[in-house]
Design a protein around this ligand. Structure first.
Ligand code: NDP
Length: 482
């Protein structure tokens, strides 16, 4: 076992084991070997995590916000100094190549901790006047928050949720995906090393039952989930029973539109990043690539040549730029989608299973895709890029928006007016113009329609980990009717 963590959970400031919980094997996706084993949290572990979070949060809420911020910024510094070790762990957990994890995972987590660390002392209210009377507002922490993560970005998701929650004075109990349980444990250890008091960031392992138990607990004020739309519905329903606040970062089927005046090489690069980065396991991926008829042939040719040049191989080799899928189950989902796409008439280039241990499939480009095909309607969550032809701006906008999802979108054009007009008309939470999938900590990120509620990153995320308390101040004697 190459990645043995000190224990399955991190609770009340220390590693905690309880092997009475169901075992969860951690599989290195590149080889299929078991690299670690953790146990799902028992009721006792969940109880300790929630009780310690509730206790620690009361004091944390009273801590000088500037001090809260210093702790987060120290954690960011530690993460940066350990970037390589954390990146190797991320690669072991997810199978994503080091060429990605060295620049996109621990570092993105550090960015969030640094950003919200800087904002912590700037959580302010408002004042309003009503004649002589006036009112003011205070932004109060919510209390104990639950974070639940998907398996594609385990370090980043843990940090994106922990950083604004802790900066605002909350505690968090975080449940990673059962597929990638290791990275969040390291985040918890580092936060404590940076001076975070025990109990404020707890990590408990488990599957749906453990996640649901956390969400349902009366001590929990808010739930922030990154996951699929079906899971989002279930988690929001449980939270709704007790009128808890939710942030839902869910799936997508995002449009990526290439107009004929676009810088074609840049658009091809964008489409590669928007479909094949992290072997396509990115929620915001621009998987419906709408290409104007005038450039369709040339775009497809360049995309194909460059995709065939992808270096597929050992994720621990920094020269590799395309790794395996994270789980065997997800690999099968991708294979099913490719088979259905073929049956429905798409031309599939690539998408071949590699004959080696681990969960390997080559990037797939689907030509001749039509809107009604399953692959153009459902989230695949894998390296499957669908090309759809279009003729008119109005036509492509209607087709781009004809989906229940609304996470992201991309538009490639040199026409400034068109770029902004199209961006304004797209029904999506995040839109990139002549770029794709960049998510700096200072920029709100999240979905509309079925893709989610609330935003991560930027000041809006901090606001969503607080509630507004209003205080009305009467300045004159009270008059009454009798
Ligand atoms: P899932 O929805 O399967 O799981 C997400 C998390 O929820 C996991 O930790 C899972 O546990 C947990 N979970 C599952 N069922 C329940 C339940 N009933 N109650 C509480 N918790 C539960 O998503 P995946 O992990 O498969 O991730 C892929 C999905 O996530 C895709 O749809 C993708 O688009 C989306 N995603 C969205 C992002 C965004 O920011 N919008 C970013 C990344 C991914 P376990 O895995 O252990 O079963």
């Amino acid at each position: 076992m190459r990645a043995r963590p000190s224990a399955s959970h991190f609770v009340d400031g220390r590693p905690v084991e309880d092997d009475a919980g169901d075992p969860i094997d951690v599989i290195y996706p590149a080889t299929g070997e078991v690299v670690a084993r953790v146990h799902a949290a028992t009721d006792a572990v969940i109880e300790t995590a929630l009780a310690s979070a509730a206790r620690a949060q009361r004091e944390w809420a009273e801590t000088d916000p500037a001090e809260r911020g210093r702790v987060l910024r120290r954690a960011a510094d530690i993460i940066r100094t350990r970037n390589r070790a954390l990146s190797e762990l991320e690669t072991l957990d997810t199978g994503k190549p080091l060429s990605e994890t060295l620049v996109a995972d621990a570092s993105s987590g550090a960015d969030a901790l640094e950003y919200f660390g800087g904002l912590a002392a700037d959580v302010t209210g408002q004042t309003m006047r009503f004649g002589q009377d006036w009112a003011y507002t205070i932004r109060r922490p919510l209390g104990v928050c639950v974070g639940i993560g998907a398996w594609n970005y385990p370090t980043q998701i843990a940090c994106w949720k922990a950083a604004p929650a802790l900066a605002a004075g909350n505690a968090m109990v975080f449940k990673p995906s059962e597929a990638t349980p290791l990275c969040a444990l390291k985040v918890a250890e580092i936060l404590v090393e940076a001076g975070l008091p025990a109990g404020l960031f707890n990590v408990v392992q488990g599957r749906a039952p453990q996640g649901s138990a956390l969400v349902a607990d009366a001590r929990v004020a808010k739930v922030s989930l990154t996951g699929s739309v079906p899971t989002g519905r279930k988690v929001a329903a449980i939270a709704g029973e007790r009128i808890k606040s939710v942030t839902m970062e869910l799936g997508g089927k995002s449009p990526f539109i290439v107009f004929p005046d676009a810088d074609l090489d840049s658009a091809v690069s964008g489409a590669i990043n928007a479909n094949f980065y992290s072997s396509g396991q990115v929620c915001s991926n621009g998987t419906r690539v709408f290409v104007h008829e005038d450039v369709l042939e040339e775009f497809t040719r360049r995309l194909r040549v460059r995709t065939e040049g992808a270096r597929i191989g050992d994720p621990m080799d920094e020269a590799t730029d395309f790794g395996p899928m994270t789980t065997e189950a997800q690999l099968r989902v991708v294979e099913r989608h490719l088979a259905t796409a073929r049956e429905e008439g798409a031309t599939v280039l690539g998408g071949e299973r590699l004959d080696r241990p681990g969960f390997w499939i080559t990037p797939a480009i689907l030509a001749g895709v039509r809107d009604e095909m399953t692959v153009a309607r459902e989230e695949v969550f894998g390296p499957v890029l669908s090309i759809l032809a279009f003729r008119e701006e109005g036509e492509v906008l209607g087709r781009a928006n004809a989906t229940p999802f609304g996470l992201s979108a991309g538009v490639f054009t040199r026409d400034l007016a068109r770029a902004h007009r199209v961006a304004a008309a797209l029904e999506a939470g995040t839109i990139w113009i002549n770029q794709y999938n960049l998510t700096p900590a200072g920029m709100p990120f999240g979905g509309s329609k079925a893709s989610g509620i609330g935003r991560e990153n930027a000041r809006v995320a901090l606001d969503q980990f607080t509630e507004v308390q209003t205080v009305y101040v009467g300045m004159s004697p009270v008059e009454a009717a009798f």
